[in-house]
Each structure stands twice: as C-alpha cells, then as structure tokens.
Design a protein around this ligand. Structure first.
Ligand code: TMP
Length: 210
C-alpha cells in the first residue's frame, strides 16, 4: 500500500494554502487517511529553519538559503513523508521541492538544474504524484495581502525576483505536463477547489469516483 503525495505550488498570494486545506478536507470526507504539511516546516527542525530563513534579519547568502530549505526538506522527507506514504497515508503539501527550483534556482539565479539535483539528493528521488501550480502573475499577486503580519524576507523582494520565480514555474509546468496541473489562480476559490478535486478523484483507490 502506498499513499499519494500531492503538492501545491505557486507565487505569493496565489491561494495555494486555501486549496491545500480544502483538498485535505475533501480527503477527510472521503474517509482517506491524510496529512496536511507545509514547507519549509512540518517538523520541529523544519519550523525552526522556517523562522530562521523567513524571519531572520541578517544577511543570508543565496546558497545558504537554498541549503536551509534543503535541510528542512530532508527532515520532512525522512520524518514525515516516507513513513506516511508507506503506511498508505495521503500527503497534501503546501509547497515542496519545486519551490526551491523556482525560488532559489530561478528567483535567486542559482540555476534550476543545480537545484533540481540538490532536491534529488535531499528527497532520495521522492517526487510528488501530482502537483497543482496555481498560476498568478506576480504583478497581480497579493504580496502579503490579507495576511495579518509584516511581509517576510522573501515576500519583500522586488517584483523582478517574483517574476523570475513565476517564469520558472511556467517552465516547470511545460516540462512536466503529466505531473503538473496548471490552474488559473484568478478564478474563485470554489471553482478551483472543484478543478482540483476533478483531478484528484481519479487517483482515489478502488475505483471510487465520487
Ligand atoms: P508560504 O508558506 O507563505 O508560501 O511561505 C514560504 C516562503 O518560502 C515563500 O516565500 C516561498 C519560500 N520558499 C522558498 O523560497 N524555497 C523553498 O524551497 C520553499 C519550500 C519555500
């Protein structure tokens, strides 16, 4: 028995957290064992690294940032993902390895291929079964809008950075159309939820087609 790993990706304010939660709620209604996770985070080490990377007010070299993200992911894979998936638990993750490819590989210019290689080491080759890219151009992004907190270190970066992140996600969706489903994030949340469910329900076990 093996669970499915479903990830949500996209730029700032694209609504992926809402959709990850809504998908988890649907899986719960289906009676499927599931876990909702986020990156960076999801473990004690991961949440600590999240604070360091997103909240720290000190210089951080691009490769330092990439490797801290990678460290959080390594812990998440070993502590949470592999054990859950092997027990048949479905995992919904609010961001995963593609975020590093887009943000550090594309946005910071470290190179998508090099970051993909790093991801491969860190995940031991674990790849999502399905990824939803919530497509929202950064110029329309709601950078931190609606969040009752100051913008974090990455959200504060100039729009050029977020444009490179976005372009990187677009390339990813083109490169891996069998895994990455691109959804127009400007649609109402209810409509997106249905689109997501239409894809996920095809993966449900035992031919359950609700
Ligand atoms: P979010 O959970 O609100 O999306 O915040 C996470 C931030 O961390 C977001 O700005 C994207 C960034 N991030 C990376 O730069 N690289 C990564 O590998 C991950 C997982 C997140």
């Amino acid at each position: 028995m093996k669970g499915c790993l479903i990830t949500f990706e996209g730029g700032e304010g694209c609504g992926k957290t809402t959709q990850a939660r809504r998908l988890a709620a649907r899986l719960e209604r289906e009676g499927l064992p599931f876990l909702l996770q986020r990156e960076p985070g999801g473990t004690i080490l991961g949440e600590t690294l999240r604070e360091i990377v997103l909240r720290g007010d000190y210089p951080m070299a691009p490769w330092a940032e990439a490797l801290l993200m990678a460290a959080a992911r390594a812990q998440m894979v070993e502590e949470v993902l592999r054990p859950a998936l092997s027990r048949g638990v479905w995992v919904v993750s609010d961001r995963f390895a593609d975020s590093s490819t887009a943000y550090q590989g594309g946005g910071l210019g470290l190179g998508e291929e090099r970051i993909q290689e790093l991801n491969l080491w860190v995940t031991g080759g674990l790849r999502p079964d399905l990824t939803f890219f919530l497509d929202l151009p950064p110029e329309e992004g709601r950078h931190g809008d609606g969040k009752e907190r100051p913008l974090d270190r990455i959200e504060r970066r100039p729009v050029d950075f977020h444009r490179r992140v976005y372009d990187s996600y677009v390339r990813l969706a083109q490169r891996e159309p069998e895994r990455v489903v691109r959804i127009d994030a400007r649609k109402p949340a209810d409509v997106i939820e249905e689109e997501v469910w239409d894809v996920v329900k095809k993966l449900l076990p035992g031919g359950r087609r609700v």
